[in-house]
Design a protein around this ligand. Structure first.
Ligand code: 13P
Ligand code: SF4
Length: 310
């Protein structure tokens, strides 16, 4: 038996032993996506974590994703595949910084992107993901919204609503690095291709795109579209399911550095070791968890953003 087969077998055995489900984000390595019970975007995986019938949730992604599962599921054990996998954007705001901004804008309601710590969620009014930011902001009765931490997602949402959105200056280096000139070049190289980008991209990049979508919304868009070629403005992991689900269609990245280092930390070997040692257990202090859960639950009650034309 080759090594890959052995690791897969080991993971399957450990899954039984732990009574576990494996949730995998769309940016993970192909071989990790292949062993998933469920793959998805941040919103789908949060929802999925509340619907599984298992004692243990093993999360292949980054820390805030596993932490959100822990916020929602206090009675289950949540393991993060690789303990050091974080999100540099989520780390751009801590609870003291948020409190300072809240003092500066006391009239505003706080919408926090799910890419944030449990403590930041606990200090916010409602959470959102890239799939529902517009709907979430519209659901808030207040006209003034303090949006943290992603300035680009916050800006995109502001273009889709009439609300006054105050932007905190966080960003994702993977998406912020994509430049409008690169999008123009890709369009010249692949004339007629639809351009779909993540709302974490710069406003000038989103302006050049046909749609700004979460990762799972990109998968649905490509499947439902009558078009055959697509330029993709997000982390390169999404190319694997796009090609798997659409064998006759072509997908092109805008640049060759659309890679999230933390998302790529998980390998099958690392996952097997985490499960074997029952390590990287993610927990949240109960007082913070209860408040953060309200923030996430409010989000889960809101639908997704309207679908763009295909
Ligand atoms: P999605 O929720 O769209 O999958 O995005 C997660 C993320 O980290 C984007 O960089
Ligand atoms: Fe964070 Fe960006 Fe990586 Fe997503 S792609 S986990 S936002 S650093």
């Amino acid at each position: 038996m080759d090594n890959l087969k052995q690791v897969r077998k080991k993971i399957a055995e450990l899954k039984e032993e732990l009574n576990a489900v494996i949730l995998v984000h769309n940016y993970q390595r192909p071989e990790v996506q292949d062993i998933a019970d469920f793959t998805g975007d941040s919103l789908e995986l949060s929802r999925q974590s509340t619907e599984v019938n298992a004692e243990t949730i093993v999360f292949c992604g980054v820390h805030f994703m596993a932490e959100t599962a822990a916020i929602l599921n206090p009675d289950r054990t949540v393991l993060l595949s690789e303990g050091s996998a974080g999100c540099p954007m989520a780390d751009m705001i801590n609870v003291d910084e948020l409190r300072e901004w809240k003092q500066r804008y006391p009239q505003a309601s706080v919408v926090c992107y799910v890419n944030s710590s449990a403590a930041v969620k606990a200090e916010s009014d409602i959470c959102c993901t890239s799939a529902n930011g517009v709907k979430v902001v519209e659901s808030v009765p207040n006209n003034d919204i303090l949006f943290v931490p992603d300035q680009n997602l916050g800006h995109y949402v502001s273009t889709q609503t009439k609300k006054n959105v105050i932007l905190y200056p966080g960003f994702c280096y993977v998406h912020h690095n994509i430049k409008p000139e690169q999008v123009k070049q890709a369009k010249e190289l692949h004339p007629g291709a639809k351009v779909i980008v993540h709302p974490e991209c710069r406003p000038e990049v989103i302006d050049l795109a046909d749609a700004a979508l979460s990762t799972s919304q990109m998968l649905r868009y490509a499947k439902e579209s009558p078009h055959n070629s697509f330029i993709i403005g997000t982390e390169e992991g999404i190319i694997y399911p796009l090609r798997q689900e659409n064998p006759g269609k072509s997908f092109y990245l805008i640049s060759d550095n659309q890679v999230c280092k933390d998302m790529k930390k998980t390998t099958l070997e690392i996952l097997a070791r985490t499960m074997e040692l029952r390590q990287n257990i993610v927990t949240v202090p109960e007082d913070i968890r209860v408040k953060a859960k309200q923030t996430v639950d409010r989000m889960l009650a809101v639908g997704e953003n309207p679908k763009p034309p295909r």
